[in-house]
Ligand binder design. Structure first.
Ligand code: SAH
Length: 393
């Protein structure tokens, strides 16, 4: 077994069961891409079994902090079964959910979503890549399913020095699927959609939004960064009479339109604008358009903490414009999925946006990723998705 020794003092984060070790913390040792190594402190104390990522700034990702544990097929089987058991205890209002959420499930770099009878996996670290066959077999054995599609095309692959790979790993057939979320039918394509096909993490926020639309009697909605219109369907279900979906992806908007019809809502209650959100917000302001509710669910502006400052300005700008476009008593549902922006910082950014817009509001909701995207105590980076529901005063 190869060994990696850390610099003095650099053992602290592993001792706190945080699974990452950065390149700068390593004194000596290494391994092949994804190889399991024994990690030791400067004075030779065992810290973790970890996967070695020779190309990544995150050089080690811990599989286990238990010296007696062996990283083998049985290990992956146990972790996968544990993750599945955790989801079985949640009341998930869908037949699609996140089965494995990387670090939070003790499987750094591995993401697996389940859409009905189809699994979709992202192998986002050298360690996950190395154990791909074992993981694929364990996933099918633990779920009893036969179809597993690989979507290893996320940015993290590049940072790990791994090539993009997509396609069926197990089974085959149609990649176009229909799922149920709350009372709604939604479609996706696991080969072509964003991430693994759909943004499952916003499931709970979509139903909270539907409830709020109903409760506050919202009629007009601007759904910014709509993707395939999840929040638009929610708005229509809540009783909104006019909903606009804005996104820069034409195919996503085509699907949003199809979702309106699929869920039995009249086509004339929905418009799809293929446009840049920033430009759209400014145009609406110029034209004097106002809305009863606005959703802002932008892509990750800050992939890491290093991008936080620029991202903060971008978040502030769209939130400021949204505040100005809201009718009095209107609702803003605003999100950030940037790991580099803490919930606290996000709140401050939104407060600054309100101040600039001359608008105050009541915080009526604090939102985060649905519980099948768990956060763990030892891994604060897992708190990536945060949102506020604000009622304009
Ligand atoms: N709210 C969606 C998920 C949004 S993901 C849901 O509930 O499913 C972010 C979306 O923003 C993507 O669909 C992407 O195409 C879109 N996007 C990214 N930059 C954009 C821009 N500048 N203007 C408009 N849309 C943009």
């Amino acid at each position: 077994m190869k060994k990696v020794s850390l610099r003095p003092g650099k053992e602290r984060s592993l001792l706190k069961r945080h699974p990452w070790v950065f390149e700068s913390s390593i004194a000596r040792g290494g391994g092949d891409s994804g190889e399991t190594v024994r990690v030791e402190s400067a004075d030779g104390q065992f810290l973790a079994w970890a996967a070695f990522s020779p190309k990544s700034l995150i050089r080690l990702r811990a599989w286990s902090f238990d010296e007696a544990e062996r990283i083998d097929a049985g290990f992956f089987q146990r972790r996968i079964e544990q993750a599945i058991a955790m989801r079985a205890r949640l009341a998930i209002a869908s037949d699609a959910w996140r089965l494995i959420h990387g670090e939070a499930d003790g499987l750094p770099g591995l993401v697996v979503d389940r859409y009905g009878d189809t699994l979709v996996a992202q192998f986002g670290s050298a360690g996950a890549e190395r154990w791909k066959t074992v993981i694929a077999d364990a996933l099918l054995a633990a779920t009893g399913l036969t179809r597993l599609y690989e979507r290893s095309d996320a940015q993290a692959r590049e940072w790990e020095g791994l090539p993009v790979h997509t396609g069926w790993l197990r089974g085959d057939g149609a990649t176009a699927l229909t799922i149920r979320e709350h009372e709604w039918q939604l479609t996706l394509d696991v080969a072509e959609g964003h991430k693994t096909g759909y943004y499952l993490d916003q499931r709970d926020s979509r139903s909270r939004f539907a409830d709020a639309v109903k409760q506050y009697g919202v009629k007009t909605v601007l759904n910014c960064f709509s993707y395939t219109g999840g929040f638009s369907v929610a708005a229509l279900a809540g009783g909104a009479t006019q909903v606009v979906s804005v996104d820069s992806s034409g195919p996503a908007l085509e699907r949003a339109k199809a979702h309106v019809a699929l869920n039995g809502f009249a086509a004339n209650r929905h418009e799809a604008w293929d446009a840049d959100v920033n430009a759209t917000l400014r145009r609406c302001l110029q034209e004097g358009r106002r809305f009863d509710a606005i959703v802002l669910d932008p892509p990750k502006f800050a992939p890491t903490a290093a991008h936080a400052e620029r991202a903060a300005r971008a978040y502030k700008d769209i939130n400021r414009l949204a505040f100005m476009l809201l009718n009095d008593g209107g609702l803003l549902y605003t999100f950030s999925c940037s790991g580099g922006i803490s919930p606290d910082l996000f709140h401050k950014i939104v407060a600054g946006a309100g101040l600039d817009a001359g608008v105050d509001g009541y915080i009526v909701e604090r939102l985060s990723a649905a519980a099948d995207h768990p956060q763990t105590v030892c891994f604060p980076e897992g708190d990536y998705l945060k949102g506020l529901g604000i009622l304009k005063r």
